[in-house]
Design a protein around this ligand. Structure first.
Ligand code: PLP
Length: 362
């Protein structure tokens, strides 16, 4: 049997190590494991979500509302837009897939930062498109402009703020960039951590309504997996003009979002206090990692997210393995060609443990 040859060039996505692996391989008790590797919400999700899901378990025998009417209405009102401007995906990952497959084939080009969210490249390569990356690891708008002028890519991904580095372009830089590019290029603005950036620095905010109204060639992505604490339910969304959204809907498989996922997301969106408290605690706790890095003379990137990227002086891969054996899961960045680790900011108690162990190992 012969598989498509373009699959040879594609690496399987490496997700954060699951807790189950540590239980199996190192015999660590589940209660002793601290997982800060996938940027999940360490405070769980809104209690209102849990309550609502508990009450609705009997709905599992029915197919979900395929139009996602209620969630789209709720998101539309949250962002002051219309339901026709919104598409729901099984995680925003799925919207990335729709966007690429609606545009790209083997003649296409996709531009992204050198170090950014891995799924842009994976779905991009699957479509046969050529992947273009900036020289600098972080988003550098001059780099983007140069490559844009030379290659006229079909899609540009801006991850604002950027995973796995944590940095974020300023809103005015993004608008100036959009002014300089042609409407034939679609610019995808991945806002998986926008709620965090918005809290830390208003000059980083991307307002989906404003940007998609001014620039018809943009789409904003968001997710319920991070600040809303619903990584296990797989819900994300895309916001754009009605034409783009209508086109993306042609690629959407029926019933792509489960009944309980839709319901969980609707409840999560209502609880903005939970979002606010999560973000507030996140940045309070992040300072501790910054102070730790300063104390050790380690460089880190100023983060607008729920994780921090710290460069290591000793081998980061070995460090992560030592941490794993102690039940602490963080993300090694060796596969990105960087001797660094990315740690999701945990609860106070989790950070107490992680910082204590790191203090001994770094
Ligand atoms: C987590 C993340 C996503 C998507 O997550 P889903 O769980 O698929 O919604 C998208 N982009 C970035 C940058 C992320 O970090």
């Amino acid at each position: 049997m012969k598989f498509k040859s373009l699959l040879n060039g594609i690496k399987t996505y490496e997700a954060g190590k699951p807790m189950e692996l540590l239980v199996r391989e190192y015999g660590i008790k589940p209660g002793d494991i601290i997982k800060l590797a996938s940027n999940e919400n360490p405070y769980g999700t809104s209690p209102a979500v849990i309550k609502s899901l508990n009450r609705s378990i009997d709905k599992v025998s029915m197919y979900p509302d395929d139009s996602a009417y209620e969630l789209k209405s709720a998101l539309a009102s949250h962002f002051d837009m219309l339901s026709e401007n919104i598409i729901i995906g099984a995680g925003s990952d799925q919207i990335i897939e729709f966007v690429i497959n609606s545009i790209c084939d083997t003649n296409s080009k996709i531009l992204m930062a050198k170090t950014t969210f891995a799924m842009y490249e994976i779905y991009g390569r699957l479509s046969g498109a050529t992947i273009l990356k900036t020289q600098s690891h972080e988003h550098n708008i001059d780099d983007f402009k140069d490559i844009y002028k030379k290659h006229k890519p079909n899609i540009i991904f801006l991850c604002l703020p950027n995973n796995p580095l944590g940095e974020c372009l300023n809103t005015d830089e993004v608008y100036a960039f959009l002014d300089s590019i042609d409407k034939n290029t679609l610019v995808v603005i991945d806002g998986a951590y926008q709620e965090y950036a918005r809290y830390k620095d208003p000059s980083k905010v991307i307002d989906p309504k404003d940007i998609t109204t001014k620039y018809s060639n943009t789409i904003c992505l968001g997710t319920f997996s991070k600040v809303y604490g619903l990584g296990g339910l797989r819900v994300g969304y895309g916001i754009s003009n009605r034409n783009t959204i209508a086109t993306l809907h042609k690629l959407r498989p029926p019933f792509n979002i489960t009944t309980l996922s839709l319901q969980g997301a609707i409840e999560a969106l209502k609880d903005q206090k939970f979002v606010h408290d999560t973000v507030e605690k996140n940045f309070e706790q992040m300072i501790r990692y910054e102070e730790f890095a300063d104390k050790k003379g380690l460089k880190y990137i100023d983060s607008y997210t729920n994780f921090i990227f710290i460069y290591m002086e000793t081998n980061s891969k070995e460090l992560c393995e030592k941490l794993l054996k102690k039940g602490l899961i963080v993300r090694d960045m060796t596969s990105y060609g960087l001797n660094a680790i990315r740690i999701t900011i945990g609860t106070k108690k989790q950070n107490d443990t992680v910082l204590e162990v790191l203090d001994k190992l770094c």
